[in-house]
Design a protein around this ligand. Structure first.
Ligand SMILES: *[C@@H]1O[C@H](CO)[C@@H](O)[C@H](O)[C@H]1NC(C)=O
Ligand SMILES: *[C@@H]1O[C@H](CO)[C@@H](O)[C@H](O)[C@H]1NC(C)=O
Ligand SMILES: *[C@@H]1O[C@H](CO)[C@@H](O)[C@H](O)[C@H]1NC(C)=O
Ligand SMILES: *[C@@H]1O[C@H](CO)[C@@H](O)[C@H](O)[C@H]1NC(C)=O
Length: 498
């Protein structure tokens, strides 16, 4: 937890500062059908992007005139980032279709433009939506030593594909880019077989549950150039089992995140077009951003809170009914992993609790063992939540679950030797977590993923490749503090009167 406990909120603040300065200066330019947006790139170095805030009228075709490109430039990446709606950016006036090999469609898109071919380079933008679309137009210049992002494209439609494709699958965000090529010109052709260009990926979360267009544009603006990306983003370690151009991230619903790739060849790096996802659609389907939509789960959540409250206030580790709370919680989670149905999971939870009571009466040592396993299970979940993504070995299901089980057993054995302490700690952790969990749903922070990520690992195909790295922000830290206080209160209360 220490890794990002303080650095992330600080970076976020800094970033909002710099991003805001960039955006504040530029007036918003309204584009209507037939408008031309001037993009004069006079004296622009690759360390500073051209950024213009625009609004695009509904059902309109507009033109970008890219002019005054300095002679040292070799190519330009012209980008459009819209808030939530899709638009088409094209090389030709006649290819404004959504699918063609001369255009790209989406909300974080960009095209490669060769510099120096003419004084004015024109690109065309089409907004098919019936809505006014907020966007930023961006241009970044690179010189003739920089690798070309997407220059070795094999799969995307356009010949050179500097943009990424982001898909939301189940509980995962799948990020695909195309390999970059070494710098090329009319005489040197790109060779892609033994590609010497290195690729790296970066990610940056914005504030949890912040769906404002301002925050979106600030986030994108602060992840455009290589320097900014390295400074603001978190580098994602490379995984060898997947194709190097694909990254899979665990989806944190309602927490916006920028994903971007960087290509490096020799001393020079090039940034791909950054892409963004809230892991839901706040404008089109606002309910997709609520983790709890149905009444039944909400009811369960409220129940969980009151059980936790009762246990924290009145509970005592000597009381069997109180001790069975961790058992109930753990067997419900296991039940959910097996059945994927809340009703059945609760029944299995109840059954587990009754079974445990029988054990406790007939074979006390076995009862105690099961009790400690529930604590081991919880600790192991926390460890998985914070596992570094470089543990490629965990991508094998077999290795993962063996390690998981061994860790649960190991922790339980240690706890067995501590007897009373284990009881107190276990009751304290579970009862306080049951109070914190509903609060976490309510404020939209990410402590619930301690449990949810393990459930996903057990139930979602392909989740073994996902990068876990959860956001740790102000809300999470506040809740962790509350959790620690509640657990401490419960512990002290337990040991004083015990
Ligand atoms: C944009 O570029 C085209 C082609 O060079 C030119 O005809 C047109 O006048 C330019 N538009 C503006 C507003 O400068
Ligand atoms: C482009 O450069 C020329 C001279 O190099 C200058 O006269 C002109 O004003 C510049 N245009 C813009 C829009 O900066
Ligand atoms: C934008 O396009 C993607 C797929 O290309 C689609 O999943 C998404 O729903 C579209 N968004 C809007 C607002 O139409
Ligand atoms: C692009 O598509 C057109 C037809 O839509 C085709 O004639 C052309 O060969 C394609 N170009 C490339 C480079 O694939």
């Amino acid at each position: 937890m220490s890794r990002s406990l303080l650095s992330e909120p600080l970076i976020l603040l800094l970033l909002i500062g710099t991003g805001w300065c960039v955006l504040k200066d530029s007036k918003i330019e309204a584009l209507y059908d037939g408008s031309v947006l001037q993009m004069p790139l006079t004296n622009l170095a690759s360390s500073e992007p051209f950024i213009k805030q625009i609004t695009i009228a509904p059902s309109s075709n507009t033109t970008f005139n890219v002019t005054n490109v300095s002679s040292s430039a070799s190519f330009i990446i012209v980008q459009v980032h819209t808030y939530q709606y899709n638009v088409t950016l094209s090389y030709d006036k006649d290819h404004l279709h959504k699918v063609s090999n001369r255009s790209v469609f989406g909300s974080n898109i960009g095209l490669y433009v060769k510099a120096g071919s003419s004084i004015v380079t024109q690109l065309y933008l089409r907004n098919d939506n019936l809505h006014l679309v907020d966007a930023i137009a961006v241009a970044i210049i690179y010189n003739d030593k920089a690798p070309v992002p997407g220059g070795c494209n094999m799969e995307f439609n356009t010949e050179i594909a500097p943009y990424a494709r982001l898909q939301l699958q189940d509980t995962m965000v799948v990020f695909d880019t195309q390999p970059a090529s070494i710098p090329f010109n009319d005489t040197v052709k790109p060779f892609c077989d033994k590609n010497p260009v290195e690729h790296s990926m970066y990610q940056m979360f914005i504030t949890e549950q912040d769906f404002s267009p301002e925050s979106y544009f600030i986030a994108i603006s602060s992840m455009l150039t290589v320097d900014d990306i390295v400074e603001n983003g978190r580098k994602v370690s490379s995984t060898t089992l997947l194709s190097p151009m694909r990254k899979v991230f665990s989806a944190y619903t309602g927490t916006g995140s920028v994903y971007v790739a960087v290509a490096t060849y020799g001393k020079l790096s090039t940034a791909y077009v950054p892409t963004f996802s809230y892991a839901c659609s706040p404008v089109l389907y606002p309910e997709s951003c609520d983790v709890l939509t149905d009444t039944f789960p909400k009811f369960i959540c409220a129940g969980c809170f009151f059980l936790g409250l009762l246990s924290v206030c009145l509970g005592h580790y000597h009381l069997p009914i109180d001790q069975s709370l961790p058992i109930f919680f753990t067997s419900t989670i296991l039940g959910y992993m097996i059945t994927q149905n809340i009703g059945w999971a609760l029944l299995i939870g109840l059954f587990g609790m009754i079974l445990w009571h029988c054990f406790r009466v007939c074979f006390p040592i076995l009862g105690l063992g099961l009790f400690n396993i529930s604590l081991g299970f919880f600790f192991t979940n926390v460890v998985y939540f914070h596992a570094p993504d470089s543990f490629i070995i965990l991508q094998s299901n077999w290795v993962f679950w063996s390690l998981f089980a061994s860790m649960v057993v190991l922790i339980s054995l240690i706890m067995m030797s501590l007897h009373i302490v284990a009881c107190v700690v276990s009751c304290a952790i579970y009862s306080s977590y049951m109070m914190v969990l509903p609060l976490d749903y309510w404020v939209g922070s990410s402590l619930k993923y301690i449990i949810i990520n393990v459930i996903r690992r057990a139930t979602v195909d392909g989740y073994q490749d996902a990068i876990i790295s959860p956001p740790t922000q102000g809300k999470d830290i506040a809740l962790i503090c509350l959790w620690v206080l509640l657990a401490a209160y419960r512990c002290i209360k337990g040991s004083v009167s015990g």
